[in-house]
Write a protein that binds this ligand. Sequence first.
Ligand code: UDP
Length: 239
Amino acid sequence: MRIDVLGVGFDDLTMAEAVAAGARLLTEEGCHYVVTPNPEIVEVCRENPAAMRAVNGADLVLPDGIGIIKGTAMLGTPLKEKTPGIEFAAGLMGEMAKEGKSLYLLGAKPGVAEQAAERLAAQYPGLKIAGTHDGYFKDDAPVAEAIRQSGADCVFVCLGAPKQELWMAKWGPETGAHLLCGLGGSLDVFAGVVERAPKFWSDHGLEWFYRLCREPKRIGRMMKLPLFLVHVRKEKRKK
Ligand code: UDP
């Protein structure tokens, strides 16, 4: 059973359980996808019914950050722990490397996915990189077809939210992959273009603040965080 936060249902899993579930989906018939919403995405979903459907339609819905964990605690239905998309992806690549599975990297500015591919291939011996494509394309069908031709088992879809969630829901089955994961800005981090917040900041639930200091233009998007807390408080009162 999923734990509801303002209409988005989250899976209550530890990181190890989430990675095991992802690895299992990779071996199952059909096409599956994983989403990793943060409070900002929950707010987007509240305003955009198609995004809400795409997020709730995922096979795994993982809480990306501390905001969701705090929200579920406030609502009296706490989740076990945060399972950030980028750490989930790292765990999954470890499992894929053991099995010799192949990964396609889709998203980010031209050149970034290639750079990420080089670094990940070195970091995870055994992992096959099936191909890469930047995230600034007009026609979806040729991209889905390129992924199908590559024979990838898994695709990291890093187009930002809610674009990546909508893309996976609509185009996932056309790619022939067993698993797609929506991972926001992860390719920038894997490529070394953007640095992740040091452990101290994420351990203290302040990764969002670190990112805000590094990229002040995120302030508009981050205003959704207090809005999320207001909505959670309202929901709690209703309960
Ligand atoms: N992006 C993309 N295509 C687009 C819009 C964005 O590939 O049309 C990429 C962008 O270059 C970045 C990622 O999507 O690499 C989104 O990063 P953001 O920091 O917004 O994601 P977050 O991790 O905050 O969800």
